[in-house]
Design a protein around this ligand. Structure first.
Ligand SMILES: Cc1cc2nc3c(=O)[nH]c(=O)nc-3n(C[C@H](O)[C@H](O)[C@H](O)COP(=O)(O)O)c2cc1C
Length: 203
């Protein structure tokens, strides 16, 4: 059975392009891989808290010794458990101020944990999430391609690579503010690209 973990991070609910593209992806999964198990985490309705001085030790190596650090560790364990159990990680990635939404950054802050999803060795860092591949579904008002202002997909790709996820497929709907026609065409092309990903046999 294929395990799919879906992370949604748009604050636009049902108007969200990334959410619509994820819905399209999941509809294709249901059609082509009916046995797949889907776990969804919506960071808009169920956000991961920001890291603070009260919780930091809970997502580090030290043993958590306060109620705040213990609950941060429990949440980190839960999120990491979902991640490592996933054959496919699907990330909905809106561009907010040239990067990812802060809600998604918080999810990464809780899941990139030394000794759990990566470790430092004598030869440098080693990712420990070896059996997960990723699908990044990005949306943005402007059009950037792979230009210098692109800190959105590049950042997420770097974080995933760091924990060992190197098999990454990326679909970007961009130019969404360039008029209705341009937006409709970008979204239709992205839906097509998402559908193609699912038709490939699951891992
Ligand atoms: C807070 C905020 C910041 C944004 N910053 C950018 C930006 O820097 N560049 C850009 O091209 N679009 C930006 N946008 C537009 C979104 O990327 C665009 O609306 C995209 O469709 C969001 O994904 P969603 O539809 O899944 O919510 C921003 C939107 C919001 C709400």
């Amino acid at each position: 059975m294929t395990n799919i973990l879906v992370i949604r991070s748009s604050a636009n609910a049902e108007r969200s392009v990334t959410n619509q593209l994820i819905d399209g992806y999941l509809a294709q999964v249901a059609a082509h891989h009916p046995g797949a198990k889907i776990t969804e985490r919506n960071l808009d309705s169920d956000p991961v808290p920001h890291v603070t001085s009260a919780t930091l030790a809970g997502i580090g190596r030290a043993d958590p010794d306060t109620p705040h650090t213990q609950s941060a560790r429990a949440l980190s364990d839960l999120l990491i458990g979902e991640l490592v159990a996933a054959d496919i990680l699907v990330i909905g990635l809106p561009m907010y101020n040239f990067g990812m939404p802060s809600t998604l950054k918080s999810w990464f802050d809780y899941t990139l944990r030394a000794g759990a999803t990566f470790q430092y060795t004598a030869t440098g860092p080693e990712g420990l999430v070896k059996n997960t591949r990723a699908v990044i579904i990005a949306a943005r008002a402007g059009a950037y391609g792979e230009g210098a202002a692109e800190f959105q997909v590049a950042h997420v790709r770097t974080l995933l690579n760091f924990i060992g996820i190197t098999n990454i497929e990326i679909v970007i709907a961009e130019g969404l503010a360039f008029g209705e026609e341009a937006a409709a065409s970008a979204i239709a092309a992205a839906h097509g690209a998402v559908g193609q990903l699912v038709k490939v046999p699951a891992a």
